[in-house]
Design a binder for this molecule. Sequence first.
Ligand code: ADP
Ligand code: ZN
Length: 628
Amino acid sequence: MSDLLSATTLQHQLNGSEPDRSDERLLQTVKNYWGFSELRPLQEEAIAAELSHRDSLVVLPTGGGKSLCYQAPPAVAGRTDIVVSPLISLMKDQVDGLLQCGYPAAALHSGLTPNELRSAEGQAAEGRLRLLFVAPERLLSSRFLELAARLEVRAFAIDEAHCISHWGHDFRPEYRQLAQLKERFPDASVHAYTATATERVRTDIVNQLGLEEPTVLVGTFDRPNLVYRVLPRVDRLQQIADVIDRHAGEAVIVYCISRKETEQTAAMLRARGVGAAHYHAGMDREARRSTQETFADETLDVVTATVAFGMGIDRSDVRCVVHSAMPKSIEHYQQETGRAGRDGLPAECVLLYSAADVLRWQSLVERSASQGEVSAEAKAATSELLIHMRRYASSMSCRHRTLSEYFGQAYEASSCGACDVCLEEVEGVADATSAAQKILSCVARVEQRFGATHVTSILLGADTEAVRRWDHQQLSTWGLLEGEDRKRLTSMIYQLIDQGVLERTAGERPILKLNEASWQVMRGELSVRLVMPKAKLRRTKADKESWDGVDRGLFENLRELRRDIALERGVPAYVVFGDESLRQMARELPSTVTEFLQIHGVGQQKLADFGERFLERIAECRQRSGAS
Ligand code: ADP
Ligand code: ZN
């Protein structure tokens, strides 16, 4: 293809024309390797800090584009920088992605064979790499120190830097050694990256790493392309099935609380004809790897997983993240939902919430504290995180606002147009106070000695063994809510607990108890609000608009091509091209190399490697639709 050649020549001319304007060189580098035509907020400042060897702390939300901040500088400066990263899978995916862009990078970790390790070290020693990823426990080994000295390393980037702080939500003891970096490499600058926002953790990172007058950059935590929904959990499996129906053929992650639940949920979805697989830490390595890989290469749509899944998975076209229960902190929630919509296109986050989740976490915290597994300090920190998460889930204020404010940022808009509250999707139960009075008086009738299941049975007028044993058909509240759905009624009970007008004891056999507020409700002095999920939720306007002008048939066709290429190369599909690139191709139908280079995500290497095949596929489709 002669077009291809001329574009490459053009690039050389551009490279030669203005080599000394550093910001231009930066933009050129970014376009060449990654095919991005501009930098995101704060990326420029973060890159400048690395280029000028000024220590920095960069706080950007998940998906905010932290990696580019440490990937670009060594490419611009022609040096080798070191990146410390906590997980092998994270390093591996980043290196894969970089190599597809023609960017020389390698990783040193325990997952490599001795030969691979030697080869990576060899490449590094010859100065051929721009980035070398290394696991924290390897950093201070004499072997690595020698290599780093030979390379005269001038900059270290610490990914997931919050792992150094025990105030964070993901403390890793091996990160503590990073405190020695500054002493060992007095001439190098250190750059910390994290998505964790609390002030305490940030201060801790700066202190532990010994950063000197660091440039501190804190990005916007709001993710406007995400729609947040919190639904009262009434019928878990049915509610998950409904969400998945809205995302047919798209990538979805469903976070479950137990291993068993991941299996059960995946089986339910498969029975409905959805391509789904489960993932949890109890599976053998091979099975886990297979789920991860089929998800990454887009042959699998839905993964039902415990939180063991995700770190290191950055398939960028995840259109929905479902939580079947409440996570234990907003940081966790932000990180897990952060896996949705990393390509910037609309995506949805659904949390199925019940106050039972809060009680469950609380008893876990209590138990590990009583067994001496955690310090009083750590217990207090955990409880505090839990309170904030609960407040988010049970409140009726804008989700975007609540999240932003939690991360210490004001949220300007009065309505976000992208959460269940602002979209007015939450449906109040008619006569909620009267239903609450019936529930509470039933708790009073059984003398506050029974749990939620039995109270529910009585209210429904059920003929269970327990009801018969206690002769509870005789109670005036027996059958008081006859005809109500059991799951809805259970949800109402937990909502009352959440609002503090009903209590549930801790322990193996929790019992419902009344408090002062319960009596106020029964006396009619206090009213309550109960909500139920709306029957059918629709896709949002922004979501629909993101498809404007896109030839859906061609888009699917290009996705297949992407999948084929990914399989040929043994890399995750998203490293070939993201959805945004494919949608743009299917909208603008580029027919020349110059037009193709204008597409988001098309850099020199990808143009050379894939340009011809994509252009051909687009031309074929054009011809076919032109002919018909
Ligand atoms: P983080 O590490 O902060 O979670 P990433 O570095 O993985 O985020 O970036 C998230 C996504 O944004 C990636 O798909 C990345 O390619 C893309 N991205 C980063 N910087 C830019 C940019 N300047 N323009 C367009 N896309 C970008
Ligand atoms: Zn809102």
